[in-house]
Design a protein around this ligand. Structure first.
Ligand code: CP
Ligand code: NVA
Length: 310
């Protein structure tokens, strides 16, 4: 059964039912096949979509611009450093004004509250392109990748190692919605937010999945089908980099930890990677790594999200 998502904003995976998320994945699979068959459908023909960045980006910037083009719409890539936001215009007024021109807003922001304000004061769908809280488009693309590699999501064990950050939060939401077994290993003091873990535990109960939060990386990767990691210092945390490298060293994804998972484990990273820190060259360039397939799937899943919501 098809569900209508038209007009909705996409701020976190937790706001969507499993059925709605399945619809997004199915649309992503369809659009990817169409793309490879040379049949991109102009599902957003004539529309205009703003893509706003408060922070740097390579994948998100380019994959959204290309996604919007392939859907027949135009992308306006906006950096807040040269918007009036920089000179004190409020987010609320920005949302109100942009809604008069645009059919949708994609935004990468420091504070998640900025996305909520754009959604609440504007009148067009807002899509989260990363905030301090979550990175939902990333994880939807990653779920598509896991499905492609493993054939299904239910009962897959995903182990996340390192910092309990925005990417980790979205993995907790996504995995628990789909009945996966998610294990997160972080150093003490770097665990994912308590309310995120609570929500994920509730979703896992409904879906038949499970959630484990531990400080032991070996416990997390035992029997894992997927190992996932991300940078130890996210954008905005550069000043803490050296201290974080010291505490997170035991959580590095290297050959020895990969050997402790299932033999056919896949290794994922949202990129950009800090090679030699959270992941070694031998792993990211090795036979288990699917990081560039993940990066590609950002394009297909974002086309799905845009075409269903806008
Ligand atoms: N993974 C990801 O969002 O990459 P960018 O920061 O390059 O957009
Ligand atoms: N956790 C990282 C993800 C980058 C795509 C950050 O927020 O910088």
């Amino acid at each position: 059964m098809s569900v209508s998502l038209k007009g909705r904003s996409f701020l976190t995976i937790k706001d969507f039912t499993k059925e709605e998320l399945e619809e997004i994945l199915a649309q992503g699979e369809r659009l990817k096949l169409d793309h490879y068959a040379g049949k991109d459908e102009k599902l957003l023909n004539g529309k205009s979509i703003g893509v706003i960045f408060e922070k740097p980006s390579t994948r998100t910037r380019v994959s959204f611009a290309v996604a919007i083009y392939q859907l027949g719409a135009q992308a306006l890539i906006l950096n807040t450093s040269n918007m009036q936001l920089k000179r004190g215009e409020t987010v609320a007024d920005t949302g109100r004004v942009l809604s008069r021109y645009l059919n949708g807003i994609v935004a990468r922001v420091y504070s998640h509250k900025t996305l909520e304000d754009l959604r609440d004061y504007g009148t067009v769908p807002v899509i989260n392109a990363l905030s301090d809280y979550t990175h939902p488009c990333q994880i939807m693309g990653d779920l598509l990748t896991i499905k492609e590699k493993k054939g299904h999501l239910e009962e897959i064990k995903i182990a996340y190692l390192g910092d309990g950050n925005n990417v980790c939060h979205s993995i907790l939401f996504g995995a628990s919605k789909f009945g996966m077994n998610v294990a997160v290993a972080t150093p003490k003091g770097y665990e994912p937010k308590r309310d995120v873990v609570k929500d994920a535990e509730r979703f896992a109960k409904e879906s038949g999945g499970s959630v484990l939060i531990t400080n032991d990386p070996e416990e997390a990767v035992k029997d894992a089908d997927v190992i996932y990691t991300d940078v130890w210092a996210s954008m905005g945390e550069e000043a803490e980099h050296d201290e974080r490298v010291k505490v997170m060293r035991p959580y590095q994804v290297n050959d020895s930890i990969v050997e402790k998972a299932k033999r056919e484990v896949i290794v994922m990273h949202c990129l950009p990677a800090h090679r030699g820190e959270e992941i070694t060259d031998s792993v990211i360039d090795g036979p288990h790594s699917v990081v560039f397939d993940q990066a590609e799937n950002r394009l297909h899943i974002q086309k799905a999200i845009l075409s269903l919501l806008i």
